[in-house]
Each structure stands twice: as C-alpha cells, then as structure tokens.
Design a binder for this molecule. Structure first.
Ligand code: ADP
Ligand code: MG
Length: 721
C-alpha cells in the first residue's frame, strides 16, 4: 500500500516525496477513518484528498466555499490527469447536465461542490446513488462562529454524517485555534477523527520589518529589484490602495487594485489578471483573501501595520505556496499604531476594546523587538520555535542591530526639559537640528543650550529617536495639551545618565542571499520557459500555475532535461503533464542548448534527482529540431514530416517556429511546407482578422486551416518583418 501511494504521488503529481503529514493523512483516509487536519497555507492540503480520491474506488466529494476557486482547482486536477468536475451556480444548465451525467456514469474521481447543496434533499439523494468514497471539507473553519470566516451555509454540512454514516469525512483548515478545532469537530460530527496539527512554521518565507518613510517609493524600489515576479501589497484603506496603485501604474508597474469598493465584476477581473500573471502586483485591502490560490506569489508587502498577528500571518501566508522562497516585508512606523489606536478608541464594548488593544500591542512588539520574527509569530500560535537562528528573518540574518543611542536620546530629552515640556515632536526636532522657524524665534528657543545640538543629523532621524523614546516609554504624549512631550521617570534616568538607551536599527547589509532556489539555474532559459507557459495558459484559458509551478520551471532551467526520462524526474511533472507539455518544453530547452553550448555543457552533466519513468513511452526517433530543419530543407511538407516521423503537426510547427525565432531558419521555405495556396489563404485570413485569436480565425475559415499551419505562417511573417 505504502509503495502504491508513493508511486501514485510520483506518477500523478510528479513529486518525489510527501510534505509533512501528507502521508499519514492519506493513509488514514484510505483506511476509512475520519480526519481533521490543521495545516498551514501552502502545506499541500489538496493533495491529501486528491491522491486517495484517485486511488480509492468511487467518488470523492470536495466541499469548498469559494466558487471563484473551484474552476482553478478543477483545472489543476485535470491537468494532472484526474477526472474532476464542479457543481455550483456559475454553470449553465447544459454544463450542469453534463456533470450529472458523468456522475451517473460513475466516471469521476473528484466532484467539487459548494456547501449550500447539502441543504438540498435532491442533491443528497443523487449522491447516495453515486458511490461516494469519502468527503473532503476544505476551509472547515467556516463552520465555526468562533473562526474568522463563519459561513452559515457550512452548518448544513452536519447533514453529511447523518446521511452517510458509513462514509469517512476528512476536514481541512489552515487556521484554527484549539477552541475552533473542537467546535469544527463537534459541528461536523466527526467520529473519533485522526487529528493532525501541523506546525504553523513556513520555512520558505523570509520575514522582515523596515522603517516606513516614503512608502510608495520604497515599494517601487522593492519592485524594481523583482521585475516580473508576482506579489501582493496590503494597505489598510481603499483610498491608500487607490493612491498606491495609481502611483505604481504611473511608474510603469502592472499593478491592479482590489478592495470592497469595487464592483464584484471588477474585483473578479483584477484577480483573474493577477492569476494569469498579466498583472504583476495587486494592491489590496484585506478584502483580498481566502480566494487566492496562486502558488507563485513571491512577495507580500504590508504598507501599513496590520491590526493583529492572526491577520498578518494569514496575509503573509499567501506568499510562497509552492514552497519556493518568498519575501514578506512590513513597513512600519509608530504613526500607524497611533491611527489604529484611534479607531480602537471608537469602540463601545470595553471587552472588545481591551482585546483589540492587546492584539495591537502584540503586533507592535513583533515589529519592534530584537527577537527572531519567526519565534514571535509562532509563539503567538502557542508554538515554541526551538532553533536559535531561523536564518530566514531580518533579525536572524543580522540585518538589524542593537545600537546605543543614549547620547541622541539625551539631546532630545534635554531640549524637551529646557523648553518646559510644553511642545510636540515637530517643534522639538526643530530645536535639536537648529531650524530657523518663526516659532523658535518667537519662543527664544534659539537661545537654548540644546539648540542645534543635533545638526549633524536630519529631522527625520530625530523624529525616529522621539518615536523610539515613546516606544520605550521614556516619553509620553500629554493628550490634554496638544500632544506635548513629557519625560517619564525612566526618561529622567536616561537623561541623567543613570540608564542606557538602546534602539534597534537597520544594518546596511548586502542583499541577503535568499533570492531563491538553491540550484544555480539559468535565468535566461527560465524566462523563455515562463513565456511559453504564459502562451499555453492563454490558449487554454487557465492560470499559468495550473500548467507548471515556478519551482518546476526552475528545475528545468537547472537540469536542462531533454528526454522524457529526464523530464519526468522534474518535480511537478507527472505522467499527464509529461504527455501534454513535455515536448513543448523540451523543444525550448533543446534550442537553448543549441544556441548556448557552454551553458548546456555545464547544466547537462547535472543529474536530475529522481529518474523514474512515469509512463513507459518509447522515445520516438528523429524528434529533434535539427532533424526537422534537415528534412524541411530537403523540401518535405509539414504533413509529410509529421507522417514520416510519427509526430503531430503541432510539434513540427513548433520546431519551425522556434528555428525562425532564433534566426536559424535559413533555407526554410513556407511554400514548400504548406503549399502556396494555403500560405496565401492564411495571410489573407490574418489580414482580415488582425488582432483576433487563432481560435476565431480557424472558425472564420470554417476549419479549413489548423493551428499548426497558422503558427507556421505567423512565424514566417514575423521573421520577415
Ligand atoms: P494548501 O491548500 O494547503 O494551502 P495546496 O494544496 O494549494 O496547499 O498546495 C500548495 C502547493 O504545494 C501546490 O503548488 C502543490 O502542488 C505543492 N505541493 C503539494 N504537495 C507537494 C509535495 N509533496 N511536494 C512538492 N510540492 C507539493
Ligand atoms: Mg487549499
């Protein structure tokens, strides 16, 4: 059995090993036991039910709350060769009929449905006919009023155990305190479930906090270093979302906004564009949430301080689902804290107020303490992080340091003391830098001993010192007197030199060597593979990550696999994807090798880690681009070459396209390949329907031309431009 599971893991998903807890969950489901699993985002929950769904006889019914995600999930399962469908209100009657038909014919491994169906007796009756092997409930926390995404529809899931007493139920969530966990188990009526509570640690996420100064510029700077990568930028208000988006767009960044003020349609459209890698970044309020299943989010930036650690964890958690390194940066200044506190003050319920204050305090401590960020974050979830150095946060990487700031602190506090503790931060900073303002002249503060004592630094620096003094409670702001700064007893001690004052400061370090993937992959080939993925995704109307993850493409750009055997050793390439996309990507790799022999040699000697052939497939002879070139030069037509070599016309046309793109097409003649009549017909079609998709053009031709032919003519037209 164990071996069967591993084989299937490899054959279907193309993975060489299980992630933590996956194997035990799959085994329990296979053994017919209920399961309740709390695993972090990106932990690989889908595989926990998709694998047994494939191995067990009968149908696995997956309950998932978000209609917007179901299609992507089903597309992803199908891309791996599973028989999957979904049922929700977005289907047309015809589509629905088709799904019910395949249900009646017992053809499905997986059926995704929305929770409200379980309130419908007809649906329950249909399922009873359908031989259900088990139920998988995703986002199970939605059933609990204690959780943060309660959905009344989920309550009808209590019907499952009632109506299907013999069928096991596996429930999954990424977010549940112990209290919520108990509630979920009780509400669903799980029967002595196998419990899994995985660590909340996300080792591939890099956590970092930097002082917030000119936020939009800071964000732009970050993006410039990560061109082409996907990321999310969180901001608190709709207005700030809009302004950051506009700023980035003006700077040429493909950024889109997402907040509750947009129409449903617009939100969906923006999210789709992000999913399809057509927009690099989404600037969003926290309304952009559970619906994000995109696996290659490479960074999450927080432009403002989140209200609590739970939110921060969930939001950063959307980065790096594919297990590849991802960057989480929080821009922080104390002004944000003041603003949040202002909102907390508006709440009437004293209990609520107290909780909110406590949560804010924890968040600020996370941002300001000189303690491993990971340790603090996991500590919040009641987990103890055992390692002394996590190596993936700014603190552990030594990006920040503890600096003695007693002297600057004394300068500030002396200015406060000498001016009578009656002034706010702006004026105090003015005194210290020796500014020439009307207020200073009026008050005679240019006569103070501390006037200009800090002119070697700028105002921003002194404001920061004041913030630090407030943070460490050496100063307080007098709320009754225009936020005048006053010394606390602790501040007095520092001023008198009886106590040291230390602050955390960003250290100037060279960019942490965390940019990725351990292997030394070829970035140029990676870009080409990505472009091909984008093209395929557009043709198939699926998000690019459904085709291959970034990780998979990086491995290809490291190992240069050019045979099906090697290709099948790449993580994420299962039998179905090998069959469907293997050739396409191998052609690109082969061409790349041909043009970059030095790189090719370096990479080809590397061994792909696992080389089990996922599906026995004889290597066809003469599959290479160079063979195509040779034959085409001899004057063989597209059809003849395809016949002779047992390849599809599509593959050959791709060879030709590649050759022309790379300027290797000398001696190729389009009229020999297609015949001049065909060539003329297609050129005419392109002229008439310029800007239309190939599909539309084929329809317009009443199917007298095909993709392969169109691709060839287009490639020649482009080559002659
Ligand atoms: P979750 O639902 O728990 O947030 P997903 O099921 O979406 O996570 O999986 C996250 C990513 O991890 C996906 O890209 C998936 O293909 C990948 N993944 C899952 N299991 C494995 C594994 N055993 N090895 C490598 N990658 C995996
Ligand atoms: Mg999931």
């Amino acid at each position: 059995m164990k071996k069967g599971m591993r084989d299937a893991l490899h054959r279907i998903f193309g993975f060489s090993s299980f992630r933590p807890n996956q194997e035990v969950i799959v085994s329990n489901i296979m053994a017919g036991r209920d399961v309740f699993a709390v695993m972090p985002t990106g932990g690989g929950k889908s595989l926990c039910y998709q694998l047994p769904a494939h191995m067990l006889e009968g149908l696995c019914v997956v309950i998932s709350p978000l209609i917007s995600l179901m299609k992507d999930q089903v597309d992803a399962a199908k891309a791996n060769g599973l028989d999957a469908e979904f049922l929700n209100s977005s289907l047309t009657p015809k589509e629905r009929f088709r799904v019910f038909q395949s249900l009646d014919n017992h053809q499905l491994d997986l059926l995704y449905v929305s929770p409200e169906r379980f309130a419908m007796p007809e649906f329950i009756a249909t399922l009873k006919q359908a031989k259900v092997s088990f139920f998988a409930i995703d986002e199970a926390h939605c059933i609990s009023e204690w959780g943060h995404d309660f959905r009344p529809d989920y309550l009808s899931l209590a019907n499952i155990v009632k109506h299907f007493p013999k069928v096991p139920v596996a429930a999954f969530t990424a977010t549940a305190t112990h209290k919520v966990s108990d509630d979920i188990i009780a509400k669903l009526g799980l029967r002595n479930p196998h419990l899994v509570r995985a660590s909340f640690d996300r080792p591939n996420l890099f956590y970092q906090v930097v002082p917030k100064e000119n936020l939009d510029l800071q964000i732009l700077h970050f993006l410039r270093e990560r061109k082409g990568e996907s990321g999310i930028i969180y901001r608190t208000t709709r207005k700030s979302v809009e302004s950051t988006t506009e700023f980035l767009q003006e700077q040429g960044v493909r950024a889109l906004a997402y907040h509750a003020g947009l129409t449903d349609k617009q939100r969906k459209e923006n999210q789709d564009q992000f999913n399809r890698d057509e927009a690099e970044v989404v600037v969003a309020t926290i309304a952009f949430g559970m619906g994000i299943d995109k696996s290659n989010v490479r960074f999450v930036l927080h432009g403002d301080l989140p209200k609590n650690m739970e939110g921060y964890y969930q939001e950063t958690g959307r980065a790096g689902r594919d297990g590849e390194p991802a960057h989480c940066r929080l821009f922080f200044n104390r002004g944000d804290m003041v603003r949040i506190r202002y909102f907390i003050e508006q709440t009437d319920d004293p209990m609520e107020k107290k909780i909110a204050e406590q949560q804010l305090f924890q968040m600020v401590r996370f941002a300001e303490a000189n303690v491993c960020r990971r340790k603090t974050l996991l500590g919040y979830f009641g987990e103890t992080y055992a390692k002394a150095n996590c190596k993936t946060c700014d603190i552990c990487m030594g990006e920040v340091e503890c600096v003695d700031a007693t002297v600057p602190a004394q300068k500030v506090m002396s200015a406060i003391h000498r001016s009578g503790q009656k002034f706010g931060a702006v004026h105090i900073a003015d005194i210290v830098v020796g500014a020439d303002t009307q207020k200073i002249r009026q008050m005679g503060h240019d006569q103070l001993k501390t006037y200009g004592a800090g002119k070697d630094m700028d105002k921003k620096y002194w404001r920061r010192v004041i913030d630090d003094l407030l943070a460490q409670e050496c100063l307080v702001q007098n709320q009754d007197s225009y936020s005048a700064l006053e010394l606390t007893p602790k501040g007095q001690q520092v001023l008198l030199g009886k106590k040291k004052f230390e602050v955390i400061r960003q250290k100037e370090v060279k960019k942490a060597d965390f940019d990725g993937f351990s292997g030394d992959y070829s970035p140029n080939l990676f870009m080409q593979l990505r472009a091909e993925r984008q093209r395929l995704a557009q043709n198939e109307c699926v998000p690019p990550f459904v085709i291959f993850s970034d990780r998979t493409l990086r491995e290809m750009a490291l190992y240069f696999p050019d045979t099906p055997e090697k290709m099948s050793g790449i993580s994420g390439v299962g039998a179905a994807k090998l069959e469907k996309y293997g050739d396409t990507f191998m052609i690109i790799i082969e061409m790349y090798k041909h043009l970059h022999p030095d790189e090719a040699q370096k990479h080809s000697v590397l061994q792909v880690p696992v080389t089990i052939i996922k599906k026995s497939r004889k290597k066809k002879t003469g599959q290479t681009v160079t063979d195509t070139l040779k034959l085409a030069k001899q004057g063989f037509s597209l059809e003849a070459m395809a016949d002779m070599r047992g390849l599809s016309e599509g593959t050959i046309s791709q060879h030709i396209e590649k050759l022309l793109e790379e300027g290797q097409g000398n001696g190729l003649d389009v009229d020999k390949l297609l015949g001049s009549a065909k060539r003329l017909q297609i050129e005419e079609l392109f002229n008439q329907h310029s800007g239309k998709s190939m599909k539309a053009i084929i329809e317009a031709s009443s199917d007298t031309v095909n993709y392969a032919e169109l691709r060839i003519v287009r490639a020649f037209m482009q080559a002659n431009d």
